[in-house]
Design a binder for this molecule. Structure first.
Ligand code: PEP
Ligand code: MN
Length: 249
């Protein structure tokens, strides 16, 4: 069957790298499902200092090895200026997390690497502020920068954050930048990930970044918002149907 999702950037994988065996098992399944981009965190920016902070360099090495072995492009968060060179050599796409959107020295330094950079929206940042941050990366002439809406802080406590769907057309139309959606961190709830993903695709998002693991309940980090591969398969089938309808098939 023709893969109609191929022009969308669909990134999936566990919140954080826990071990080689575990990441490999999930990544193998994702590859079988046609996923091309594997996400996982090695340097975690946790709100609490005593939460698991990631495997750091060891996590990067594991992600890089699994990506190479399975032919998947790797995606991981960069949190520190002094790790840019190291990570850029081992990870295909670097992510600036929500808490680093205003780390201007980090953004400036990312402007001079070749890897694509995903810039997540600060959870309390306006569109203008978000775009201004992106300009710290692009002022060097860099063009491969992708925005990621991951939910903003509102008065609503039932979801972890509030997914701002308007960001999709606004950032595309006003700034001509591609934007992907992270429904996992936005909602904090795995039962909301499929509906929000489908809405984002219908709204014209350029891709999705989703936390997915073979055994979501046992994830050390963000278990409640992590979906099983079957749920991801449902999202991929929806995308395929939308793309076929758009192409008049
Ligand atoms: C993540 O994607 O692993 C992450 C921590 O996301 P955010 O920076 O949006 O909280
Ligand atoms: Mn996470």
């Amino acid at each position: 069957m023709k893969d109609n999702t191929k022009d969308l950037m669909i990134i999936a994988g566990p919140c954080t790298v826990e071990s080689y065996d575990r990441l490999y098992a999930t990544a193998y399944k994702l590859k079988e499902m046609g996923i091309k981009y594997l996400r996982s965190g090695a340097y975690k920016m946790r709100s609490r200092h005593n939460s698991f902070q990631g495997l750091k360099d060891e996590g990067v090495e594991i992600l890089s090895r699994v990506g190479k072995e399975l032919g998947l492009r790797t995606v991981s968060e960069i949190t520190r200026l002094d790790k840019i060179e190291y990570m850029a050599k081992r990870v295909d796409i670097l992510v600036v997390g929500t808490r680093s959107m205003n780390n201007y020295p980090l953004l400036e330094a990312l402007g001079i690497i070749h890897n694509p950079v995903i810039l997540k929206r600060g959870f309390a940042a306006s569109y203008t502020e978000w775009h201004a941050s992106s300009e710290y990366i692009t002022k060097s002439g860099k063009t491969n920068v992708i925005l990621c809406e991951r939910g903003i802080r509102t008065f609503e406590p039932q979801t972890r954050y509030t997914l701002d769907m308007s960001a999709i057309p606004v950032m595309q139309q006003n700034y001509n930048m591609p934007i992907i959606i992270d429904p996992s961190h936005a909602s904090g709830k795995r039962e909301l990930v499929a509906p929000l993903s489908k809405a984002a695709i219908a709204c014209g998002a350029n891709g999705l970044m989703i936390e997915c693991d073979l055994d979501p309940d046992s994830c050390v980090c963000d278990a409640k918002q992590t979906i099983a591969p079957e749920v991801l398969q449902d999202i991929l089938s929806f995308i395929k149907r939308v793309k076929e309808a758009e192409n008049g098939k």
